[in-house]
Structure formats: C-alpha cells, structure tokens
Write a protein that binds this ligand. Structure first.
Ligand code: SAM
Length: 260
C-alpha cells in the first residue's frame, strides 16, 4: 500500500518485521479467536493477525487507508471499520492487539477495559506504559497506575526503538499486556473512587489530607473538612504516591459511608 503517512494522525507505521512477529506471538492467537485492532494503517499488523485468528475487526479513522484496506481484504476474514475508535461501538472480541495511536492512549484503554476480553497486547509510548505498570512507592506511580490496575493486570513485555517505525516517532515505545480481572478489593462507589484518586494525585506533592481538601469539589463533598478529617490519619499524612490502590478503595468506601 503506497499511501503517505500523516504524523498529525499518529501515523507511524511499524516496519520492523521482527517486532511485528513478536507482537503477534505475544497474542498467542488460536484459530477460533476474534481479534480487535485499533488503527490499521497500511495493514501490516492486520495481515499477520488474520493468518492466526478466526476473524479480525480493524478500526481505522483515515478514509484513505480504510478504503484501500477494504479493497485488499475483500472476501477475507478481516472486517475494516472506518471510524474513530473512541466513537464506534466495538464488536465482540476475544483479544485486542494494536500499535495504538498514542494521542488516544488513555481514552481508548479505558474504553477497551469497559468490554469483556481475555487480554490485550498493546503498544504505547514508553513513559505511558511505565506509568500504567508502576506500583505504589515507585517513581512513576500515578493516577493512571491506580485507575488502570483497578481493572487489569499490567505487564511490560518489551521495548521497541523508534527505529522500528516509519516515519520515526520522537518517542520510544513499549509493548504491554493488559489482562482484565476483578480488583483485589471492593469499591462501594466506583465513580467516587475514581474522583478521589484524581483529587489525590492532582496534589501529589502534598499530603493526602491537603490534596483531598483542595480537590473536595471533584468528589462533590458538601462538608469536606468534617468528612476528610474523619478518614484514617495515618493515610492522610502520606502523599498519594505512597498510598496503595487498596488504601484508596478504603478511603473512598469510608467517604461513601460518611456522606450516605
Ligand atoms: C501508530 S499507527 C499504527 C498502524 C499500523 N497498525 C502499524 O502497526 O504500523 C496508528 C493508526 O491509527 C489510526 N488512527 C489514529 N487515530 C485513530 C482513531 N481515533 N480511531 C481509529 N484509528 C485511528 C491512524 O490513522 C494510524 O493508521
């Protein structure tokens, strides 16, 4: 396919065959599985996926590529969905494999995690991948670590150099495995949990008590001082980066109980 990539549309195509094969191997596809791909581009990854899976659905926003792929894959086990991955309804799928458009990394990851599937093999910008995987106390531990790990196990599989792409992006990349599973703790009100984590990390250099008071509006607290003062003092005295997902869940459950 001889279409020029457009960097403004996140079009950095993977040209290193060894990396493409490593991604497909990591997906361990069997011939009865349905794969979802986000961002087909010229279809370099799509073709390899189609050799292993029962069916591949690939979503591509750029009309030039979508139309060329539709012609290429006519009558095959590949369905091309021309649209924005953040807007179209996903079909039912077993696994998702993609060299993601990095500008939608966060939104598309949470959208994927709202669907049931076995696991995902996804390429991200390296810093983003490291933030998703970081554990409490580590330098990259952030809101993203807590919110993604609430839904899935995150495993960094391997790094990919910018030289594996054409055109070369300005950033390094990492391939990640996301395996959805229930969190190891219970959350009474998921929305409140997410808002509390957001408020906590919005003031990540501050102690949690101050960060939560500053961000109380995000949680819609009417009397923040009395609610937050009633939370366990030992946790409030730490910074967000030193608070585990379980402890955030305990705090959110306590806030939910106090405002009920
Ligand atoms: C990094 S390229 C990957 C292309 C190819 N799969 C590969 O591995 O080389 C990302 C692709 O996603 C497409 N894209 C960008 N934003 C998109 C969106 N919101 N929805 C669907 N496709 C998108 C781009 O047009 C581009 O083809």
């Amino acid at each position: 396919m001889d279409l020029a990539p457009d960097k403004r549309k996140d079009q950095h195509f993977l040209i290193d065959q060894a990396v493409l094969h490593r991604i497909v191997d990591a997906a361990a596809l069997s011939s009865d599985e349905v794969v979802l791909e986000i961002g087909a581009g010229p279809g370099n990854l799509t073709r390899l996926l189609a050799q292993k899976a029962r069916h591949v659905y690939t979503i591509e926003m750029d009309r030039r590529f979508a139309e060329a792929l539709e012609a290429d894959f006519q009558g095959s086990n590949v369905t091309v969905i021309h649209g924005n991955a953040l807007k179209v309804e996903f079909p039912r799928f077993d696994k998702v494999v993609a060299n993601l458009p990095y500008s939608i990394s966060s939104d598309v990851t949470f959208k994927l995690l709202s669907y049931p599937f076995k696991f995902a093999i996804l390429m991200y910008q390296r810093e983003f991948a490291q933030r998703m995987a970081a554990k409490v106390g580590e330098e990259d531990y952030s809101r993203l670590s807590v919110t993604v790990q609430h839904f899935a196990d995150v495993k960094l599989l391997f790094n990919v150099s910018r030289r594996a792409f054409n055109p070369q992006p300005e950033v390094e990349s990492t391939v990640v495995k996301l395996t959805p599973r229930p969190a190891g703790y219970t959350v009474a009100d998921e929305e409140l949990f997410m808002k509390l984590v957001t408020a906590a990390f919005a003031g990540r250099r501050k102690k949690l008590k101050k960060a939560l008071l500053n961000g109380a509006h995000m949680m819609g607290l009417k009397d923040p001082q009395s609610v937050i003062s009633a939370l366990p003092a030992d946790v409030l005295d730490r910074r967000a980066e030193q608070v585990s997902p379980e402890e955030f869940a305990l705090l959110a459950n306590e806030v939910a109980r106090l405002v009920a």
